[in-house]
Design a binder for this molecule. Structure first.
Ligand code: GLU
Length: 305
């Protein structure tokens, strides 16, 4: 079954990745430029669409009126949603997915405004109309669907654990292996909810963003960071001397694009893009997350999120 293989693939790849980082600078891959559309060699990964019409989408109408989309993103997650503060360049799988969607709506990279939004604030940003859509390791859940729509899924991963490279642990058999220890995650995320609701004997530390958890792990203040394996692999890749991802995945995290409630025209537009754009998805994946050795397949779009 595709799902099982996908999750197992991430776990195995985590190990492969750690081996790979020895000969890699560890810096996130950057396929995109400021010209609109990531590039693979000389060939753009996707073209900016011309003569776009999208009836019945308030978010699209707002983008047109403004002259470009405001996209909610993460910026501290290497290979997914990352901002290089020295160059000002954004990179990663989620950033490229966000750019691909913008291009499909007729917008250039220079038309896009990126808005960093932490896990806990995503639904509210969409409800308030502060952003037109959100692309940032955003799991599709029933409770979130009460407030917003999701297009996708466009990626599937699972909850994993990041520990100090000198930890004696190599794998997690059950999340309860961390009973009595302190694990850190982001406020408002599915992994922190899973721990708090189902594992009362695990102590928790929370921050708005995962990189603060990673700092605490490096400083010995927490025993592990827990969130999606795809995110943790990025942190381990940046600092393989000090960090490692344990084998073992829990939960299924299906990433969707967050859309304002009721904007089904935009949901359908993005779902069609994902369904018909398998080659582009693959090219985006290969030039971002795939660089770290992860092997996954594009999940099928679910019309009801
Ligand atoms: N995918 C999980 C979530 O949406 C964890 C990653 C994140 O916080 O963005 O809650």
């Amino acid at each position: 079954m595709r799902r099982t293989r996908t999750l197992a693939g991430v776990g195995i790849a985590a190990v492969a990745l750690l081996a790979l980082t020895a000969c890699n600078s560890g810096s996130p891959t950057t396929p995109g430029g400021d010209t609109g559309g990531g590039e693979e060699g000389d060939k753009p990964l996707y073209e900016v669409a011309e003569s776009v019409t999208l009836d019945g989408s308030p978010a699209y109408d707002a983008m047109v009126e403004r002259g470009g989309p405001i996209i909610g993103v993460k910026e501290d997650q290497p290979n997914l949603g990352y901002l290089d503060v020295t160059t000002g360049e954004r990179s990663g799988f989620d950033i490229e997915i966000a750019r691909w969607i913008a291009a499909s709506l007729g917008f250039e990279e220079s038309d896009i405004t990126y808005e960093p939004i932490a896990s806990a604030n995503r639904e509210q940003a969409l409800v308030n109309g502060d952003i037109d859509y959100y692309v940032g390791t955003y799991s599709i859940t029933d409770s979130r669907k009460e407030q917003i729509e999701f297009a996708g899924p466009y990626f599937v991963t699972g909850q994993g654990f990041l520990v100090s490279a000198d930890s004696e642990m190599t794998e997690v058999n059950d999340v309860s292996d961390f009973n009595g220890m302190t694990v850190c995650s982001a406020t408002g995320s599915t992994p922190i909810s899973n721990i708090k609701e189902n594992y009362p004997e695990i102590n928790t530390e929370e921050y708005d963003i995962y990189s603060q958890c990673v700092d605490d792990l490096l400083n010995g203040k927490v025993d592990a960071v827990t969130t999606d394996a795809a995110i943790l692999i990025g942190y381990a890749a940046q600092d393989a001397d000090n960090l490692k991802v344990l084998d073992g995945l829990f939960t299924e995290e299906r990433y969707g694009v967050g859309i304002p409630k009721g904007d089904t025209a935009l949901v359908e537009h993005i779902n069609t893009l994902f369904t018909e754009g398998g080659d582009t998805w693959q090219a985006i994946f290969d030039s971002t997350l795939g660089q770290s050795g992860i092997e996954v397949e594009q999940p099928a779009v679910d019309p009801v999120g």
